[in-house]
Write a protein that binds this ligand. Sequence first.
Ligand code: AMP
Ligand code: FE
Ligand code: FE
Ligand code: ZN
Length: 280
Amino acid sequence: MTGSLGYDLHTHSIISDGTTRPAEIAAEAAELGLRGFALTDHDTIAGWDEAREAAALHSIDFLPGIEVTTKHEERSKHLLGYGVSPEADELFSELERVRVARFGRAQEMVARLSKRFAITWEDVAGDAELESVGRPHIADALVRAGYFVDRSAAFADALHPRSEFYVPTYAIETLYAIELIRRAGGVPVLAHPVAERQRTPTTAEAVREFAAAGLIGIELDHPENRTDWLPPLREVAAELGLLVTGSSDYHGAGKPNRLGQCTTPAETVERIRALAATPH
Ligand code: AMP
Ligand code: FE
Ligand code: FE
Ligand code: ZN
């Protein structure tokens, strides 16, 4: 099917914190008439092969990606990296460190939570295919045990950063992560820079710093971006010549975001591919 709806460049599967398989995302994207999609699981590329094969089967385009949680001046910034080389040892050893830290942090949170809620580590991370564990997996265990109606309710309460059960986790510095992705032959794009859940918007000043470090694009079209916070970022993106992307940040049933809710035009995807070590 040749879709006319463009590309959804930000999706998560069960390999990280989505609720559907990489192949199911491909099937759903084809069903919706999307031209293609990127799989951007947190900290891992383990879903790429399945997504790529399923995309070919459904005659849609696949762009391989990843999402990395970083920090800049103590604020959390999510960075998408498209088309990194799977052989980039420097990047993948750093991501290995992130994943190991995430498992330790989630175990500590579960230990704290289990004093109040009847959940176990097996309930949270029992899935053998899980590569990167996060609060969404703890949320799912709490939901299954009947304490909350959905992930969002668990995030608003027991998993909130101000909750007594919350434990922070190691995150790479944003500027270093941008450099790592570039050195891995990837195309760094700042994810949901003005998401509602952030206490303050990403500033134009920060975007200038990121661009100086090698940032190539910015995800201005995202369901969680606050429209009233967007104008200064549109301006700075135009001034710096950053690529502007649109994506849903689909997590299956884990978030209200719908696949294809926001999309990126094919010309932009071609420009990303032209710069990427792994364009398909
Ligand atoms: P963590 O990195 O483990 O602290 O968890 C953050 C992840 O949880 C993000 O990448 C989102 O995918 C997800 N998330 C954040 N807020 C919510 C929410 N309100 N409902 C569902 N998922 C969320
Ligand atoms: Fe996520
Ligand atoms: Fe994110
Ligand atoms: Zn995401």
